[in-house]
Ligand binder design. Sequence first.
Ligand code: UD1
Ligand code: UDP
Length: 337
Amino acid sequence: MKVLNVVGARPNFMKIAPIIEQMKKAADLDSILVHTGQHYSEGMSDVFFRELEIPVPDIHLGVGSGTHAEQTARIMVEFERVCANEKPDLVVVVGDVNSTMACAIVAAKLVIPVAHVEAGLRSFDRAMPEEINRVVTDALASLLFTTSRDADENLEHEGIDASKIFFVGNVMIDTLLKHRRKAVALQIQKPNHYALVTLHRPSNVDDPNVLGQILEALEEISKSIPVLFPIHPRTAKSIRDFALPINGIRTMDPLGYLEFLNLEASATVVLTDSGGLQEETTILGVPCLTLRNNTERPVTITHGTNTIVGHSRSISPHFEWRLETFRSSRILGRSRR
Ligand code: UD1
Ligand code: UDP
């Protein structure tokens, strides 16, 4: 059986790593890794292949950045050629990025079965490009692998036959658990207590007013606790283009997986709009304030450490509450000892 596994952007790499690892062990399976090139900077792509020991992609489409239509179209054109040459029996796509949807559409039109890993997540917010990618990919997939029961329900509500849905768990968390010890053991200079921030959702970073207000809120927070902020290239570009001031915040380039996991695991609080971080902080037991109005990962709220705080103006009060909880737990911890 020949399987084409597709990756394109940062959050895909942690998800594909354990899948490829298992596929390589199966003697009767010819597994081919295709990188669309949606993300291409060293710190957004190459570093993850090294650290997570993902084999060098067999095929690289080199599509790069562009508008949604440009990027999706380029991936589709290139991936159609790959499918024609390779004639796979199955295409595996992960997550919800443009590469995920583009390759699912191509495969489905060539009547090649598609397996979607991380199926069924829904924010019910079609202003998010990822929500459109999720809905389209799930509508086309023959095998839908889910990470939570709410995802199964979402798929069934959309009329997807239950026989196609498999509740299998979370491959991104498999990667976290595999690398956690190594990451935590890294010697990294960092404050004892700090807030860790990541931001890249268009709704937060593409509008100068919204991004400006978030940066102001982070500056305010930095007066209480150091704020560490590895900046996603989309956000870095916006900050440059809008000439927004950054005060009090310790900014840095995007980090490799192990270094980032080290900071995430011992953060006092994480402030983020990332999908993956909501799940990772839940597993790590680190409080997470999600700077969005909704989440496609409700289990991180009902079972985890996540709180939806919305945008700029509501950040500070939630942060103060989190910090107070943290301080009282430390005082309580000391008095118990
Ligand atoms: C993409 C995904 C998003 C995911 C995020 C993870 C879509 C629609 N969006 O958003 O779901 O959460 O990745 O990080 O698929 N850039 C670089 N170097 C790179 C990649 C991008 O400099 O390696 C810059 C370019 O200026 C580019 C911008 O970042 O235009 C945005 O990249 P793009 O892949 O279009 O979207 P992301 O915001 O990264
Ligand atoms: N991550 C990383 N370095 C960073 C920021 C994030 O390695 O500087 C990891 C993070 O631990 C998680 C993944 O990137 O495993 C999440 O990707 P991202 O936030 O870009 O995408 P999303 O999950 O929002 O789709």
